[in-house]
Design a binder for this molecule. Structure first.
Ligand code: NDP
Length: 248
């Protein structure tokens, strides 16, 4: 859906949570959702970055966002439950959930992979997405059509040497999305899909490919049509599918 053209009011009155909203693709997604009318909940681990996104959304005339600092690496189920209560109190429902935050971890052979780093990557990329999904499902079911979007990767569809826990976590993300979508099928108005952004100009990409000219990969703004499509009404009824954001 890389060529999807979203109406300007696509997300009017929607409440959408973006994890990892302080930087990279998450930051651009939060600003884009707000520009299309959504009230975004900005979740991330670095408060000044979230405040900057907040200010940019307000300056652009978007609906006032909400900020919720959280380190997904140390968050527990109690942290997630407290967060869900806060969202319930403030908004009473959730229309969209973009699981975007991720850690890259090490680029090294499995035999060398640091056990603690492996656990952190799985915690942030998989366990936190599971925990947040679990506690937020009742709020998504209060929406007339909730949308959960997981973030995958090319190395989560075909394993590649030296990508370690990141690759494995992205396979698990696809699995989580598929199991959930199957469970929701026919019993809930909430849908679940995954998006593979493809090579995108962010800090994570620069860390993974230090020799690459950043200008040779697309900016996050260019992959937003797929994100908008998945959050908006035009993808109603679409569930259990994996999307490549750079496919036209
Ligand atoms: P960035 O590293 O630029 O941004 C990741 C965001 O996640 C940051 O805002 C970061 O916070 C946040 N984050 C990381 N760890 C935690 C944590 N423990 N708790 C809360 N927030 C955290 O990555 P991208 O924007 O490139 O990636 C976004 C998504 O897209 C990821 O899921 C990634 O795997 C996926 N992806 C990206 C590709 C690319 O080419 N860029 C290609 C394929 C997939 P902070 O700013 O504080 O560090």
């Amino acid at each position: 859906m890389g060529d999807y053209q979203a109406p300007q009011d696509l997300l009017k009155d929607k409440i959408i949570l973006v994890t990892g909203a302080g930087d990279g693709i998450g930051k651009t997604a939060a600003k884009t959702f707000a520009a299309h009318g959504a009230t975004v909940i900005l979740l991330g681990r670095t408060t000044p970055k979230l405040e900057m996104v907040y200010d940019e959304i307000e300056a652009a005339g978007g609906p006032q966002p909400a900020i919720f600092p959280m380190d997904l690496n140390t968050a527990t189920i109690e942290t997630f439950e407290h967060f869900a209560e806060a969202v319930d109190q403030e908004f009473g429902r959730l229309d969209g959930l973009l699981h975007n935050a991720s850690l890259l971890g090490q680029r090294t052979p499995i035999a060398n992979y640091h056990f603690g780093t492996w656990q952190q990557v799985m915690q942030v990329n998989v366990n936190a997405a599971f925990g947040l999904t679990k506690v937020l499902l009742p709020l998504l079911d209060k929406s007339e059509a909730g949308s959960i979007v997981f973030t995958g990767s090319g190395v989560g569809l075909k394993g590649r040497a030296y990508w370690g826990a990141y690759s494995v976590s992205k396979f698990a993300t696809e699995g989580l999305m598929q199991v959930l979508a199957d469970e929701l099928d026919g019993v809930s108005n909430t849908r679940a899909n995954s998006v593979n952004p493809g090579a995108t100009r962010t800090n994570m990409r620069a860390t993974a490919y230090p020799a690459e000219d950043p200008k040779s990969v697309v900016a996050a703004e260019e992959i937003m049509p797929t994100y908008l499509y998945l959050m908006g009404a035009d993808s109603r009824g679409v569930s259990g599918r994996q999307f490549n954001a750079q496919k036209r």
